[in-house]
Design a binder for this molecule. Structure first.
Ligand code: EPU
Length: 441
């Protein structure tokens, strides 16, 4: 019997939600801990599937992990690591195995990590990671089920210009460079807040890293790093999702545990379409609808642009805005698959292969449906519609759609949601959202 969410919607959602620690920093911080031979303490670690998967991978090499779910504190002891071979966790895979290669090469001169999983939202190539490994002096190959990297001596600092400011490739370069001999320069690096936080953490472990205004990161390699302690920052994607729920349902939600500056331009887009917000305490924001919702044009981009991970909850908000809105997805080529199921609830959406934003993106003239036209405001309704979650962010978008739709919706495939958000019924228990987990054939 599978689990599903049953949501009866159509009423304004009011209450409070505690933001999780950022998934896309927590998992990287766990790997950064591996770069030292001393223990590291992480606080505000989210108890979600992706953290579990990452913990299982670290443990498969002998690393000891103590995770106290009630305090959200995780202690990582890399002293007991004894193998360069990372086993595939029982609970699935994610995007992080490749990021373990830097630390393993440094300790063993060899790394074997499982092939990558994660959401199916595009080709998600890893050519930049391979290019970086080679430039640092490692050899890399693939077997049927693993990526294998080797190096005969200490990695050597290098100059690398990324073709695109990839978050993961920037992290790979950071992990390879901090213990490499000499200086590394990463040009066209990603500058997402989680990267900034990772740099802060590495600095606290003894790394020497300089950032510049033009997406360049300069690293002077050191011989060893020590343990540290750091609090995982609040998840800006999680926070934006609850903000979208508040506004789309014409409700009022206080989100706690989010640094407002990490939401950056989201707050302005939110205001522009008719959302309102106020700071009610340090790191606590109340989100609501301020005016009638207006249609808009959104283009996803790397930071500080509109995050591709905000796109899905925002699309649901736009179904409620009067007129025609456009979203041009420029980061991933296949991130609109989730819109189709929303027609069951009455949403009017259409996809095109054209670049409908102000810029021509990398997917110009390719056969990818990467621009969406959303015609609103449509009252969504659901008569026990069953919608299956295709990927993590789409999953929470479905929760928002079900919450604003009159009637009852069943959402299946919720493991895809809980991998990044934990249990939504638990998380929303201090709101009036009518959601429960049920057994579903
Ligand atoms: N890319 C390449 N070659 C590479 C690496 C990336 O062509 O070697 C392309 C990808 O195909 C994609 C684009 O560059 O089109 C951006 O990919 P990036 O490497 O930046 O993404 P990622 O590191 O795999 C992280 C987050 C994603 C988030 C992106 C963009 C994690 C675990 N994942 O992925 O989060 O969308 O950065 O900000 O940090 C999510 O949380 O739901 C999620 C998908």
């Amino acid at each position: 019997m599978k689990k599903a969410y049953k949501i009866t919607g159509g009423t304004a959602v009011n209450g409070e939600v505690q933001c999780l620690g950022a998934k896309n920093f927590a998992t990287k911080a766990m790997i950064a801990a591996l770069l030292s031979n001393k223990s590291t303490v992480l606080s505000n670690v989210p108890n979600i599937g992706d953290v579990q998967i990452t913990a299982e991978m670290l443990e498969s090499t002998g690393v000891e992990i103590e995770f106290n779910h009630s305090t959200s504190v995780m202690r990582i002891h890399p002293q007991s690591i004894h193998t360069y071979r990372v086993s595939l966790p029982h609970s699935g895979s994610n995007r992080v195995p490749i990021l373990m290669i830097g630390a393993l090469l440094n300790k063993f001169g060899r790394a074997e990590v499982p092939l990558l999983g994660g959401c199916n939202i595009g080709n998600r190539k890893i050519d930049f990671h391979y290019q970086a490994l080679q430039l640092f002096g490692a050899e890399v190959s693939e077997t049927e089920d693993a990526i294998v990297a080797t190096c005969n001596s200490r990695l050597k600092g290098t100059h690398i210009e990324l073709n695109y400011p990839s978050v993961g490739a920037t992290e790979t370069c950071l992990f390879l460079s901090v213990l490499a001999a000499g200086t590394t320069v990463i040009s066209n690096a990603a500058v997402e807040p989680e990267i900034g936080e990772l740099i802060t953490m590495l600095r606290s472990m003894g790394a020497i890293i300089f950032t510049t205004p033009e997406r360049k990161i300069v690293i002077d390699g050191v011989k060893q790093l020590h343990g540290t302690q750091i609090e995982i920052l609040g998840d800006r994607i999680d926070a934006a999702s609850w903000a979208a729920l508040a506004c789309a349902s014409n409700g009022n939600i206080v989100v706690r545990g989010i640094r407002p500056e990490t939401l950056n331009n989201f707050l302005s887009y939110y205001r522009q379409v008719g959302g309102g917000f106020e700071f009610v305490a340090p790191n606590a924001i109340r989100f609501f609808r301020e005016t009638e919702l207006k249609s808009t044009v959104i283009e996803t981009d790397v930071y500080p642009g509109f995050s591709t991970d905000w796109q899905q909850p925002f699309a649901i908000l736009l179904t409620q805005a009067q007129g025609v809105s456009v979203i041009h997805e420029t980061v991933y080529e296949k991130r609109f698959g989730y819109l189709d199921a929303l027609t069951q609830l009455g949403a009017h959406t259409q996809l095109t292969t054209h670049c409908l934003g102000s810029t021509q993106c990398r997917y110009k003239s390719m056969d990818y449906h990467h621009s969406a036209i959303i015609t609103g405001g449509t009252k969504l309704t659901s008569n026990n519609c069953v919608i299956d979650v295709p990927d993590l962010r789409a999953g929470l978008a479905y929760v928002i759609a079900a919450a604003i739709a009159n009637g009852t919706t069943i959402i299946t495939g919720i493991q895809n949601i809980e991998r990044g958000y934990g249990s939504v019924p638990q998380r929303t228990k201090n709101t009036n959202l009518n959601i429960e987990t049920i057994d579903f054939e």
